[in-house]
Design a protein around this ligand. Sequence first.
Ligand SMILES: C[S@@+](CC[C@H](N)C(=O)[O-])C[C@H]1O[C@@H](n2cnc3c(N)ncnc32)[C@H](O)[C@@H]1O
Ligand SMILES: [Zn+2]
Length: 307
Amino acid sequence: MLRRKEMFDADARDYHEYKYTELVGQLDCHSFASRQERVLRLLPDRVDTAVDIGCGSGAYLPLLARRSQFLVAMDFSREMLKQSRASYGEVCDQFVEGDAMRLPLREQCMDLLICIGVLEYLPDPLACLREVHRVLRPGATAVLSVPNSQSLWRLFEQCVGPITRRCRRLVGKGHEGLGMDAARRTLFSVRSIGTLAEQAGLHVRDVEYYNYRLPCLGGLSTTMSLGVTRRLERLRKGRWMRWVSGGLVIQCRRPGTSPEEAPLTRNCIEILACPADKSPLTQSRAGMTCSTCGREYAVDDGLPAMA
Ligand SMILES: C[S@@+](CC[C@H](N)C(=O)[O-])C[C@H]1O[C@@H](n2cnc3c(N)ncnc32)[C@H](O)[C@@H]1O
Ligand SMILES: [Zn+2]
């Protein structure tokens, strides 16, 4: 875990530029933009509380801020949090260092949770989904995104990707890439992520596919590959999409209905909890203290350290 954290800390400075700035990695950027567009379709219009688990450089925070009254950004990489706060500090109410598999959030405190491009890096994705279920209010929505194991392009990439990337770099057409791009990731099919979500007590309501790619084209020409991808992506529904889309976006719901009069959240102390026993915290001189086990969590420069 610690090594993973260090890897994301090291990638934090370049992450936004590599993944969300058109000129650096055209195909990566297209894939991230198309994912955002799909996520947007699955977000509810208006909620009280929302959280972005594994917020990275914060690209989703402005989208969530428009829909929520109280927004929390969480990541286990402090460097990622610093980057996201520098860019989106004005739109997000609280940045917290926390672990996706042991969320430092109280039970049933969130109306909306997103977890985009994170589950694939976790040693135990089911633990994370169980936490998602725990912190959602009954009837609340989670939007998750994972890489698609059925994508023919991904299968092809696993075999020849390292060679084509090398060739592209040699002819000066590639970028170095981030540490996280080379890290081991779990791929999920619609069925496997659906089963995990159901095991955690969530109901899968909708699936969107994004980043359509055909094997071989990527290695030959970026422009050609992007052209085909864009054309294919105009089509949105159909069983064949699972073979061409690099990633999946899943909308889930915690079953049940919330009482209509849930109090509005205005302060992070109302929603944060001790990650060990999920008990409420009280503000203390050191930062925050658990009311049950007495553990202290430092708040340094406004960032609670609860990972
Ligand atoms: C590929 S980035 C995705 C960032 C952002 N969600 C986006 O879509 O641009 C993965 C993020 O998950 C975070 N992450 C990885 N493992 C985590 C964990 N166990 N708990 C919390 N965050 C984690 C990393 O620090 C990184 O910021
Ligand atoms: Zn505690």
